[in-house]
Ligand binder design. Structure first.
Ligand code: BTN
Length: 269
């Protein structure tokens, strides 16, 4: 599917950070509207490719959820990365990729706007109890191959569907002022490039330490989840070296690597 010409403001915004982008943004495909930027990125799957859309008609989130993607009110971006290229421990780099991306996006948002957000395991961005941004990573074929990291950031308040009204927030509602969407795009891409470099160069502790500083709920929060044997619950107790969430339960320590956690409101520290 052919992309649309870059608006001049997009060219300017990317030009201002070009020295910090490394391979990220080696090609940038812009669509006024597309089904999902992840679909377009999966079709080409070249490292560094960025796909950006003003609106998505079939934006998707994790675990089959839809991602509300009306024109102009959010950033809808996908970046193709290849963590298996990591210098030291490529399996660990693959496991840490989405955590790294969540951290980078929080850092880029803060550089662009001054707004500090928390990361919530594995990679959602929250301000207080409301979700600001989410990430959907999809592998192109084998886990050793390129991975599409798609992220959506709510920039302006939108007419959210009823199930999201009380759970979503946006940069403009938090800051109470207009936000330059393309500056947020440029700074999040630059932050992804910097943290991707940390990942490829095996600076795992730098990534994990910075992630933990932004993740108050990774220690001392009450969580529950469903297993084949029934519902489980416990209290978060940090991350391990591979980015798995450690949870203390009555039965002992559990290591959560994937799946849907329910964060019990009112008990988070
Ligand atoms: C989630 O929190 O469930 C993840 C949401 C990811 C949404 C982004 S928007 C850009 C990219 N394209 C998609 O279809 N999804 C991701």
């Amino acid at each position: 599917m052919p992309s649309d010409p870059h608006p001049p403001e997009l060219t300017d915004a990317l030009g201002r950070v070009s020295a910090r982008l490394g391979i990220v943004g080696s090609a940038v495909h812009f669509f006024r509207e597309t089904s999902s930027t992840n679909d377009r990125a999966l079709e080409l799957a070249r490292e560094g490719l960025v796909v950006l859309a003003d609106a998505q008609t079939a934006g998707r989130g994790r675990r089959g959820h839809a991602w509300f993607s009306p024109s102009g009110s959010g950033l809808y971006v996908s970046v193709v990365l290849t963590p298996s290229r990591a210098r030291a421990d490529s399996a660990r780099a693959i496991r840490l990729l989405t955590l790294t991306a969540g951290l980078a996006i929080a850092e880029g948002v803060q550089t662009a706007t001054g707004l500090s957000s928390d990361v919530k395991w594995p990679n959602d961005l929250y301000v207080g109890r409301r979700k600001l941004a989410g990430i959907l990573a999809e592998a192109c074929g084998s886990p050793e191959g390129p991975v599409v990291v798609g992220y959506g950031i709510n920039v302006q308040p939108a007419a959210y569907p009823p199930d999201l009204i009380d759970r979503a927030t946006s940069l403009e509602s938090e800051l109470g002022r207009p936000v330059d969407r393309l500056l947020v795009l440029a700074e999040t891409l630059a932050a992804i490039a910097a943290r991707y470099d940390d990942l490829l160069e095996a600076r795992y502790d730098a990534i994990l330490d910075a992630w933990k500083r932004r993740a108050p709920s990774a220690a001392g929060a009450r969580v529950s989840w469903t297993t084949a044997e029934g519902d489980r619950s416990g209290v978060t107790s940090g991350l391990d070296a591979d980015g798995a969430l450690i949870v203390r339960t009555r039965q002992g320590i559990e290591r959560i690597v994937a799946g849907e956690l329910r964060w019990e409101t009112g008990n988070e520290e």
